[in-house]
Design a protein around this ligand. Structure first.
Ligand code: NZQ
Ligand code: ZN
Length: 390
């Protein structure tokens, strides 16, 4: 049965080549002290930094900079941000970058006024904030995570080799606004572009491979997946294809802005496996997902044959005539594999730095979710991880 739910997504989006002008509307709504958060320097090279700073100056803001947010942001970087946000009395956290920078800003939002250790509170005990939070705005430079329109924030603790995501329950943690200019994504290295494309695709899979109901969400998912497959191919062949990059950016937002999961259960085991791999290797998020996906999906296929058959027919256009459901389902995964290879994704965890000695630790670090077609036992996780190395 289609489940009961509440739906609220307050993030205001500005989309297109002139989207940054939206800052002219947004900035006056917040206090004068802005913490400008960004990554390792790509925005300085491609000119986005200059454009954003000009608009901040025009709005009369006092800007404190917090550069150096790394891919897979760490808990130590979070502590550094807490100190700087307090010292500068930040009133708006403006994230300019990819999912890591946006996630980081949200983690900071709930940590600045937190009296306890935020890692322990949000990432070990999974509690919700009970302190005032700071508003977050995003200028997105990479399509993939959906962080620009959700309340998720993934933080890595290198000391404990844990990479943990907390999806906050309160929609106030979602960015208040997000600027989405597809042209900004065009300076991404190919490796990051395709990692992002697979991240989008897998977010949809995670919400699709669950449940047996006739769910509108699944039909939405199928349409989005087809768009990502098509636009992913076009962008892979020609990264300067504005239409393809626009479609990918828009699909990324809708793939994980809380819409697709309404009324149904969700899986998320590829992400749990991928995050555990990420905790050990610090590898690029989308590549960790690509490397574990096929062994995982082949493992759970027998428990969800009907859905995998539907995936093959509706998403990949496989003709089911004269085939068993299992055969059709397998052909769907083969088609997915061909597309992944065409994009040039990393298809095994060895290439991401996983060694056999790490497998028991990665298996222990894998959080087991129960919403998909199979609740994995530890020996199954180990088996999948072993296969992912080849
Ligand atoms: O740091 P800079 O110099 O900006 O370079 C970044 C980084 O090296 C670069 N980049 C971004 N935009 C660019 C660019 N380079 C050139 N031109 C541009 N326009 O790309 C590299 C990767 O950036 P990052 O932000 O790390 O990538 P992504 O957007 O994939 O974010 C990954 C993080 O998001 C988390 C992941 O776990 C990971 O920590 N996720 C967040 C989710 C959420 N909030 O819901 C869900 C996802 O499943 C994911 O877990
Ligand atoms: Zn993801």
């Amino acid at each position: 049965m289609f489940g009961n739910f509440t739906y609220c997504n307050p993030t205001k989006l500005y989309f297109g080549e002139d989207a940054l002008q939206g800052l002219r509307t947004e900035l006056p709504r917040y206090g004068g002290n802005v913490l400008l958060i960004y990554g390792g320097g790509s925005i300085r090279k491609n000119g986005i930094y200059d454009e954003v700073l000009a608009l901040l100056r025009e709005a009369g803001k006092t800007v404190t900079e917090l550069p150096g947010v790394m891919p897979n942001p760490t808990v130590d970087k979070l502590y550094e941000g807490v100190r700087l946000a307090r010292e500068s009395r930040a009133e708006l956290l403006l994230a300019v970058g990819g999912g890591s920078v946006c996630d980081y800003a949200k983690a900071l939002s709930v940590s600045v006024n937190c009296r306890e250790d935020p890692w322990e509170k949000y990432y070990v005990r999974f509690e919700e904030p009970d302190c005032p939070t700071l508003p977050v705005g995003c200028v997105l430079t990479m399509a993939g995570t959906g962080s620009e329109m959700n309340a998720g924030a993934v933080i890595t603790n290198p000391g404990t080799k844990q990479k943990i995501g907390h999806v906050f329950a309160d929609e106030r943690i979602m960015p208040r606004f997000a600027v989405l200019n597809p042209r900004y994504t065009m300076t991404l290295p190919h490796y990051q572009m395709v990692a992002g494309i697979y991240d989008i695709f897998n977010h949809i899979c995670e919400q699709y491979f669950s449940g047996e109901d006739d769910s509108t969400s699944d039909y939405l998912s199928e349409g989005l997946m087809r768009s990502v497959i098509h636009s992913g191919r076009l962008a892979n062949r020609n990264p300067q294809d504005y239409e393809a990059r626009s479609n990918l950016m828009w699909a990324a937002t809708w793939a994980l802005n809380t819409l697709l999961s309404r009324g149904k259960s969700t899986d998320w085991m590829v992400h749990m496996l991928g995050q555990a791999v990420g905790g050990y290797t610090n590898a690029t998020h989308g590549m960790t997902l690509a490397a574990v996906s096929l062994p995982y999906y082949r493992h759970i296929l027998p428990y969800g044959v009907e859905k995998f058959r539907r995936f093959a027919v509706h998403v990949w256009g496989i003709d089911p005539a004269g085939k068993t459901d299992a055969q059709t389902a397998q052909e769907g995964l083969q088609a997915m594999e061909s597309w992944m290879r065409e994009l040039g994704l990393v298809m095994n965890t060895s290439d991401l730095g996983v060694t056999p000695g790490m497998l028991p630790g990665i298996a222990d670090a894998t959080i087991v979710m129960g919403g998909g077609y199979r609740r994995l036992e530890r020996d199954e996780i180990l088996e999948i991880l072993k296969e992912s190395m080849q």
